[in-house]
Write a protein that binds this ligand. Structure first.
Ligand code: HSE
Length: 329
């Protein structure tokens, strides 16, 4: 079981002053892009929550080579136009009208295709690292478009911000797939104790979107809309117990995707038996998360979920993160 492994120290400020080396060409800026939960039950493509302690790290430096070059130990595309961090870096350089070459080194802390926003974490870390390398010409909200556009690479061409924006900005994000730059960031007022289980399999978001129903009966749409508004209210007032039932009865997306996750029912049952308030898939899965009543109960819930998820599964005890992408210190 992994527990609360913090890769980097948190830095809550969005415009960060960093001490630059006298020769900026030698500067290496290292940024942590956090993982995130998305959908949260009925909020398909519209709700996302930043997670503490798990994420990707992107190191950015200037390079004598033109364009964006990428290295990584992980099995990810190293061509900038096919890599979310590379694409984000390119877009930030274009926005800054800076033609210098950039090198990115990507350390994947988030397993690929796990459902906790790995591609978005790389995109947010890539954008923020390059921005800091340039001397922070932009604040985070000014980089929302670049991060969203980079994340499009992973989602089969759809612009949805429910992983990318939480990873960049932190907190709970309300976003619109119709108009993705319309978003609201909500600070949670109470600690949310979370458990995330990562079964040992990988599901690509683009694939998991193709199995979704293209039309839904009106009654299901109304049911989900009503659950979403009540759940959001409970999240905003910090009542996790009231949040739970709304989070657990999505009728549109989760039932279709559960079929891709053989341990879905077992993990759900194990989490609830161990005392979790709520449990659901995150994003396209296979990861599932649970909200625990308190910190004390998290290790029992985590152990139960990991066991139910089968061999090779990992569990993470974590909390919501309010800061988003940040400089590693
Ligand atoms: N909202 C997206 C989906 C998130 O569920 O397809 C993907 O991680």
């Amino acid at each position: 079981m992994l527990s609360f492994a913090l890769w980097c120290q948190s830095n809550p400020i969005h415009r960060i002053n960093i001490r630059y080396l006298s020769n900026p060409d030698q500067q290496i800026v290292k940024v942590f892009g956090p993982a995130s939960l998305s959908n949260l039950g009925p909020g398909f493509d519209t709700l996302g929550l930043c997670l503490k302690g798990i994420g990707d790290v992107v190191e950015a430096s200037f390079s004598s080579k033109q364009g964006i070059s990428i290295t990584s130990d992980a099995a990810i595309p190293l061509t900038a136009s096919k890599n979310t961090a590379g694409r984000a870096a390119h877009l930030v350089m274009t926005k800054a009208a800076d033609k210098r070459g950039i090198h990115l080194h990507i350390k994947k802390g988030i397993p690929i295709g796990s459902g906790i926003g790995g591609s978005a974490a790389s995109a947010s870390a890539g954008a923020w690292a390059v921005n800091l390398l340039l001397g922070a010409p932009f604040n985070k909200s000014e980089l929302a478009y670049e991060v969203l556009e980079a994340e499009r690479l992973a989602s089969g061409g759809v612009l949805h911000g429910d992983n990318a924006l939480p990873s960049l900005l932190g907190g709970l994000i309300l976003t619109s797939p119709v108009s993705p730059l319309d978003y609201r960031r909500v600070n949670l007022t109470r600690t949310m104790h979370l458990v995330v289980v990562l079964p040992k399999r990988s599901i690509l978001t683009a694939d998991a979107r193709t199995i979704l129903p293209s039309a839904v009966p009106r009654i299901e749409a109304i049911h989900n809309a009503s659950d979403l508004v009540f759940m959001l209210h409970a999240l905003m007032v910090g009542d996790w117990e009231v949040t739970a039932p709304y989070m657990m009865r999505d009728r549109i997306v989760e039932p279709a995707r559960a079929s891709l996750v053989p341990c879905y029912n077992a993990v759900r049952e194990a989490a609830l038996d161990a005392g979790a308030y709520a449990v659901a898939l995150t994003g396209s899965g296979p990861a599932m998360f649970a909200i625990a009543k308190d910190e004390k109960s998290t290790s029992e819930i985590c152990a139960a979920m990991v066991e139910a998820a089968g061999e090779g599964a990992n569990g993470i005890v974590t909390q919501a993160d309010m800061h988003g992408a940040r400089l590693c210190t």
